[in-house]
Design a protein around this ligand. Structure first.
Ligand code: SF4
Ligand code: F3S
Length: 104
């Protein structure tokens, strides 16, 4: 499965939502997650994310986020259409240390 990681926090571009063939993204206040049981591993979302937030679960960057994706995909609403990203999304892109801003 693919995993959304901390790079998504406060960027939330949602380009990923546009391309996912199975609509398996779920939206929290400031980031999205992927439902691991619904993702078909097609990989099309990975290059679409401007923040490079999406990685395969085999990637080292995924490890801290695998459980969060699984947990919050069952709690947050499904997102099937791209909405408007935060106005300051570009300012948060490529910033380190966003994990502590995760909003459950
Ligand atoms: Fe959707 Fe494919 Fe990305 Fe999985 S890998 S979240 S199925 S676009
Ligand atoms: Fe987040 Fe990237 Fe999608 S910033 S909302 S994973 S396009």
């Amino acid at each position: 499965t693919y995993v959304v990681t901390e790079n998504c926090i406060k960027c939330k571009y949602m380009d990923c939502v546009e391309v996912c063939p199975v609509d398996c993204f779920y939206a929290g206040e400031n980031m999205l997650v992927i439902h691991p049981d619904e993702c078909i591993d097609c990989g099309v979302c990975e290059p679409e994310c401007p923040a490079e937030a999406i990685v395969p679960d085999s990637d080292g960057k995924a490890s801290a986020w695998i459980e969060k994706n699984r947990e919050f995909a069952t709690l947050w609403p499904n997102m099937t259409r791209k909405g408007t990203p935060p106005a300051d999304a570009d300012e948060w892109k490529d910033r380190d240390g966003k994990a502590e801003l995760f909003s459950p």
